[in-house]
Design a protein around this ligand. Structure first.
Ligand code: AVJ
Length: 322
């Protein structure tokens, strides 16, 4: 979970506007997570239809001792545990007792929010050095140079927001960052009955719809646009060919959106949307457990172990350098 980052620089603003002007308008899913969006996502994780969070939670709590033993077997003691997108730092609570890393590093777009979460984590684990670092996963990772094995923890199927090619590249970055000693513990949503997938992104209470629509309010603050959420509707569907959920916002009727132009400050620019035209807000890729294992191997990891639930809804993988 991430917190507000309403101040954006010109480059980011330019990228956002280019996405809005593209033939298929698009906005990156990271813009879901202003304060309201982060809260709405927390509610999503509590919904009956949204199985990933609870399934992963059960996998981690049930298999934590085995995961700890597998890490010890592969690389011995863990010098550094790194969690990108750590948010509320809840999931790592399963790992700290079994891994006992010397250091835990929580990376997030909002270090301030993570710092709050760390305060209580520090009380429960006084022996572990903890730090929150503001970092965007797609940019440079400011990691300490210290020796010893590194374990990256990337839960929640956050990897699903990347295309398979982008995912392979990111996994290879994790592998390289291990420097030959360590691994990656990653949670991945699996391909399943499309009705189950559909329901997870079209919940009966409309929380996912609110989460999707809230992105428009966030955009209005970021670029000074005049999106009106009531003119749009939530549209989420499973594309079996691409193995992904696509989320869109769909114009209910012809409409126009304006925003402040960065170049000609003061003058507005914008675009029109025809009825039914969409703004693409998220891809959430699903994998078979075998396909994701293969991706981890492609990325350079020598050994892959995995844990899945009885329904095969979700998988946790431990990929190690030896
Ligand atoms: C945080 C990217 C894993 O894809 O399931 C939940 C985000 N979007 N409901 C997902 C999300 C709509 C979530 N990830």
């Amino acid at each position: 979970m991430t917190q507000p980052h309403d101040g954006i620089d010109d480059r980011e603003r330019g990228r956002l506007i280019a996405g809005l002007l593209a033939p298929q308008a698009q906005v990156a899913p990271r813009y879901f997570y202003d304060l309201a969006g982060a809260r709405l996502f927390e509610v999503i994780t509590l919904l009956d239809e949204y199985y990933p969070t609870v399934t992963e939670h059960r996998l981690l709590s049930r298999h934590a001792p085995e995961i700890g033993a597998a890490c010890a077997d592969a690389f011995g003691a863990c010098a550094l545990l790194v969690e990108p997108g750590a948010g509320s730092c809840e999931k790592v609570r399963h790992l700290l007792p079994v891994l006992q890393p010397a250091q835990y590093l929580a990376l997030d777009i909002s270090a301030e929010f993570v710092e709050l979460a760390l305060q209580s984590l520090r009380r429960d684990h006084p022996g572990i050095v903890m730090a929150a670092i503001a970092a965007d996963l797609t940019q440079h990772w400011p990691l300490p140079a210290a020796d010893g094995a590194r374990l990256f923890f990337y839960p929640g199927s956050s990897i699903g927001n990347f295309t398979p090619d982008e995912a392979r590249a990111l996994l290879a970055r994790f592998h390289a960052a291990c420097r030959g000693e360590g691994g990656l513990l990653i949670g991945v949503d699996l391909i399943k009955d499309s009705a189950v997938l559909h329901a997870a992104y079209n919940d009966a209470l409309g929380v996912t719809a609110a989460f999707n629509l809230n992105l428009l309010r966030h955009l209005n603050r970021l670029i000074g646009s005049d999106f009106r959420p009531q003119q749009w509707e939530h549209h989420a569907f499973y594309d079996a060919r691409e193995s992904r959920i696509e989320m869109h916002l769909r114009a209910r009727a012809p409409l126009a959106v304006r925003w402040q132009s960065p170049a000609t400050s003061g003058l507005a620019e914008g675009r029109e949307f025809a009825a039914g035209q969409t703004l693409h807000t998220e891809n959430s890729y699903k994998y078979t457990a075998d396909a994701f294992s293969a991706l981890l191997k492609d990325a350079g990891f020598a050994r892959v172990r995995r844990w899945t639930d009885a329904r095969d809804y979700f998988a946790v993988f431990l990929a190690t350098t030896c």
